[in-house]
Write a new protein. Structure first.
Length: 276
């Protein structure tokens, strides 16, 4: 029903982390089906912080060449891609809540038009089964311009680097995102820095949706252990919800709520629950 793109205008801005965090937060807190899509090579981007064995080593029951982006491309070319076989080729992360479509192994050269046609087919079919499709712009993946054109909502990932903030709000945003529904998330947030959310709003006269993900040592350690899934599930079910204290659980909940509200999805899900 809604395609959400996680985009970073600058390197190291945390779009991969916020995509994974958002996916788990939405899946844990709402009655929604989410598909997380790796638009780059297999094992990169959103797959990197997740368990490597679980995501399909050679001796695993799930093999990359049997699923992921390559399977979608093969099915699309043959004209047989549908919502049922798409689900079959995605990797379940949270049962009936969150699936992952892994990146490509196939290194055969594809034209930009072939990539965008596969993406369009994927999104059309995915939206017949999933409530939310989350895509991360991988530096080795599809061109950001193509992904932006297909997005219903864009999550822009920034840090508290003032030079980057100036460049984004004064040039990139008006030139590239003036007509785009969007949410700004400040990654690796330090509440003691001068570039607080309120100061960012005032400095750039920004009245749109904005939130932060705090710098958290435990999250960094989980990424390095490839144990992000376990960490986010525990945080997502935590009672520590004080956003003012830099709680990761509170930031997860706030990020998921603001994205779903911006995309109009909470209203849609409430209507579906009432049977409207």
């Amino acid at each position: 029903m809604s395609n959400i793109l996680f985009w970073r205008p600058f390197a190291g801005s945390g779009s991969t982390s916020s995509a994974v965090i958002s996916a788990y937060a939405m899946a844990l807190q709402y009655r929604t089906r989410v598909l997380l899509v790796n638009t780059g090579p297999v094992g990169s981007g959103i797959e990197a912080p997740l368990p490597s064995m679980e995501l399909g080593q050679a001796d695993s029951l799930f093999r990359f060449e049997e699923g992921g982006w390559d399977a979608v491309e093969r099915l699309h070319i043959s004209g047989s891609l549908n919502k049922h076989n798409l689900k079959d080729y995605a990797k379940p992360l949270l049962r009936d809540r969150l699936d992952l479509l892994t990146g490509r192994i196939n290194r055969m050269e594809r034209t930009p038009n072939e990539h965008i046609e596969t993406l369009k087919a994927l999104l059309e079919v995915a939206n017949e089964y999933y409530d939310m499709v989350l895509l991360d712009v991988d530096r080795e993946g599809m061109d950001a311009t193509d992904l932006l054109a297909q997005a219903d909502y864009v999550v822009v990932n920034l840090t508290q680097n003032m030079r980057d903030l100036e460049l984004f709000f004064e040039h990139i945003k008006p030139d590239n995102l003036s007509n785009q529904n969007m949410h700004v998330v400040i990654s690796k947030y330090d509440p003691q820095a001068r570039a607080t959310l309120n100061n960012i709003r005032r400095r750039f006269r920004y009245k749109g949706s904005i939130s932060f993900v705090p710098y958290t040592t435990a999250f960094l350690d989980a990424v390095n252990r490839r144990d992000t899934a376990t960490y986010l599930q525990l945080e997502g079910l935590s009672d520590s919800r004080d956003l003012r204290k830099g709680s990761m659980a509170a930031s997860m909940a706030e990020l998921a709520r603001l994205i779903m509200d911006g995309a109009g999805m909470r209203t849609v899900l409430k209507r579906l629950e009432r049977g409207a």
